[in-house]
Design a protein around this ligand. Sequence first.
Ligand SMILES: *[C@@H]1O[C@H](CO)[C@@H](O)[C@H](O)[C@H]1NC(C)=O
Ligand SMILES: *[C@@H]1O[C@H](CO)[C@@H](O)[C@H](O)[C@H]1NC(C)=O
Length: 279
Amino acid sequence: MGILALVYVLAIAIFCSSNVNSQGVTLVPAIITFGDSVVDVGNNDYIPTIFKSNYPPYGRDFKNKEATGRFCNGKLATDITAETLGFTSFAPAYLSPQASGKNLLLGANFASAACNSTVTTVTIFQGVPREASKGARRIGVTSLPPLGCLPAARTIFGFHESGCVSRINTDAQQFNKKINSAATQLGKQLPGLKVVVFDVFKPLYDLVADPKKNGFTEATKGCCGTGKVETTSLLCNPKSYGTCSNATQYVFWDSVHPSQAANQILADSLIIQGIALIS
Ligand SMILES: *[C@@H]1O[C@H](CO)[C@@H](O)[C@H](O)[C@H]1NC(C)=O
Ligand SMILES: *[C@@H]1O[C@H](CO)[C@@H](O)[C@H](O)[C@H]1NC(C)=O
């Protein structure tokens, strides 16, 4: 589980002090995203790590076909969510020279070295009161996805199973129960704060279980390379043999990260669930 846990832990979006304009339309003035590689907008470019994605074919369907350090062929679910809420630029990486205290969209990262969900949960929620005191009042926390359905998990741990690795999915669901109760607790401790847990387990699980329903043809392997193990520039790089020519019908871009097309479906679900947060 080491590598998977390292690259796929939690994403948190903080919607700072949401307000309402004269027409009664709710506005979201700022979004700060915290998370791992699933929401990284390129902090990995500025830190010494082997987990890089600032190489082709990463970014080949992004604006200007640029490999920005996003672990995707195109936009992340958080980019699509921000666009839908009216933001017109892409979030800079917190560690990049373009980032400043004035950015209304910002992609931060925490080192997701915690393979232990207890530690992860505690770390996240300890950070929250400090952020809350700076004005963040609405926090969306995403649940864990069905980790046992990631192509890398199927390759490495799925030898006796034909579908997703059920043991790993069960662990993710147990973690999700804990994160739900931690969020409820936090809401009681800090009445001025609204915390909503966004379920990403079900939307991604449904997509993998019945890809055709949403126009996908491949949900068991990623587009990059053989799609079974490749992730990050170590294995998903310009020399990877077998990379698909069009990722539109692939649920996964590499063996761990969803494609832009899947991120669109995830973002649609986040936006529906997010109405509870901004209303
Ligand atoms: C996870 O971390 C907690 C708190 O540090 C510790 O009590 C627990 O034993 C750890 N669990 C595992 C499986 O390492
Ligand atoms: C990928 O295929 C879709 C239709 O399935 C098409 O709309 C899109 O333009 C194609 N993209 C590229 C880069 O060829």
